[in-house]
Design a protein around this ligand. Structure first.
Ligand SMILES: Cc1cc2nc3c(=O)[nH]c(=O)nc-3n(C[C@H](O)[C@H](O)[C@H](O)COP(=O)(O)O)c2cc1C
Length: 321
C-alpha cells in the first residue's frame, strides 16, 4: 500500500480514512479527468500531501473525444464535454500505467464503458496492475445496447455494471454516481447491494451555454457537464441523501475549493472528498483543504475527522470507520 494510514504525529487530529481496503493518510482524492496522473501538478504541490489521485477514465478502445470547443467557462464553474478521450486500455497499460508506480499517494484507476462487458473487461485488466490501488467505476456513460441509456441513470444498468466489475477484482471498488437522476439514493443503494465498497457523489451536472452571436451552443458537443462551485449545493444534498441510504463510505465532490466547502461534505456524511475543478484555479487547494479541516477539528477539540462525519445529518446511516 503506497499510502498507509500512518499517523505522523499523535498530537495531531487523525485525518486518515479507510475506503474499502484502501487506507488514505488524507481524506482528499483528486477528481478523475482533472489531475492527469499527478505528474502535471508535481512541480506545484507535494503529491505526498494528497490522499490520492483518480486517473482519467479509460475505455476498452481508444477514443479521440468530442469536437472542440470542449470547455466553456460559465459563472461559478465550467462546462466540459471532453468525450472520454483516452488511448484505450491496451495502450494505457503498455505506455502509461508503469509511470504511476512511484506516486507517493494512492492511485485509483477509473473505468468507463459502453456495455456491461466493457466494464468487466477494463476493470479486470486495470485492477490486475500493482500500480493501481483501487478502481473507480465511471458509470455516467450511455449503453450502446439500450438505445444509449446512461448506466448511472438506470437502476438495472447501474447494478449490472457494478456486479460485473465486482466479480473481477478484490481491490477497492468505488462507484461514481450521476446527479442527473430523480432519486440518487435509490441508485446508491443498488450499487451498495451490487458490491461497491464506496460511492463517489457526484459526477458533473448536465448543462449547456449558448453563444448568442453565433447562435450556437458554445461546446462542440452541444451539451456538457457542469462542474465547480455552481454545483456544490446540488452535490451536498446528494451526499446528504445518499448518506441516509447506505452504510459504505462516500467520496463527496462537486465544487470543493476550500476547507469550508469540504467540511459541508463531511458534515453531510462524506468520509472523504474529491477535488476536481478547484485544482484549475488553485493548485494548492488540496493542501489548504487539509490544513483548514485540521484547524477546524482542533478548534472544536476533536481528535478524529471521522467523529464529525454526518454530524449535520440526523439520519446518517453510514459507518464512521
Ligand atoms: C475537464 C473535466 C474532465 C473530467 N473527466 C472525467 C472522467 O474522465 N471521468 C470521471 O469519472 N469524471 C470526470 N470528470 C468529473 C470530475 O471528476 C468531478 O467528479 C466533477 O467535475 C465534480 O467535481 P468538481 O466540481 O470538483 O470538478 C471530469 C471533470 C472535468 C471538469
Amino acid at each position: 500500500m503506497v499510502n498507509g494510514a500512518v499517523r505522523v504525529d499523535p498530537t495531531e487530529p487523525d485525518l486518515s480514512v479507510r475506503i474499502g481496503r484502501l487506507e488514505l493518510r488524507y481524506p482528499t482524492l483528486m477528481g478523475s479527468g482533472c489531475y492527469g496522473s499527478g505528474e502535471e501538478y508535481a512541480p506545484f504541490i507535494d503529491l505526498s500531501l494528497l490522499g490520492g489521485v483518480v486517473l482519467k477514465s479509460v475505455t476498452r478502445l481508444p477514443r479521440l473525444g468530442n469536437d472542440p470547443p470542449r470547455l466553456a467557462a460559465v459563472p461559478s464553474g465550467m462546462l466540459n464535454a471532453i468525450g472520454l478521450q483516452n488511448p484505450g486500455i491496451d495502450a494505457y497499460l503498455e505506455r502509461d500505467v508503469a509511470k504511476f508506480a512511484d506516486r507517493p499517494c494512492a492511485v485509483i484507476g477509473s473505468v468507463a464503458g459502453f456495455s456491461v462487458d466493457d466494464y468487466a473487461y477494463v476493470t479486470k485488466r486495470l485492477a490486475a496492475r500493482d500500480e493501481i490501488d483501487a478502481v473507480e467505476l465511471n458509470i455516467s456513460c450511455p449503453n450502446v445496447g439500450t438505445e444509449g441509456e446512461t448506466f448511472a441513470c438506470d437502476p438495472e444498468l447501474a447494478e449490472a455494471a457494478t456486479r460485473a466489475a465486482r466479480a473481477v477484482t478484490g481491490k477497492t471498488l468505488i462507484v461514481k454516481l450521476s446527479p442527473n437522476v430523480t432519486d440518487i439514493a435509490r441508485i446508491a443503494r443498488i450499487a451498495e447491494d451490487a458490491g461497491a465498497d464506496a460511492l463517489a457523489v457526484i459526477n458533473t451536472v448536465r448543462g449547456m451555454a449558448i453563444d448568442v452571436e453565433r447562435q450556437r451552443p458554445r461546446l462542440g458537443n452541444g451539451s456538457g457537464g457542469l462542474s465547480g462551485a455552481a454545483i456544490r449545493p446540488i452535490a451536498v444534498l446528494a451526499v446528504y441523501e445518499v448518506a441516509q441510504a447506505v452504510r459504505i463510505p462516500i467520496v463527496g465532490q462537486g465544487g470543493i475549493e476550500t476547507a469550508r466547502d469540504a467540511l459541508e461534505f463531511f458534515l453531510a456524511g462524506a468520509s472523504a472528498v474529491g477535488i476536481g475543478t478547484g485544482n484549475f484555479t488553485d493548485a494548492q487547494a488540496p493542501v489548504k483543504v487539509v490544513a483548514g479541516v485540521r484547524d477546524y477539528l482542533i478548534a472544536r477539540g476533536k481528535t478524529r475527522l471521522r467523529d464529525i462525519v454526518g454530524a449535520a445529518n440526523p439520519a446518517f446511516a453510514g459507518v464512521r470507520a
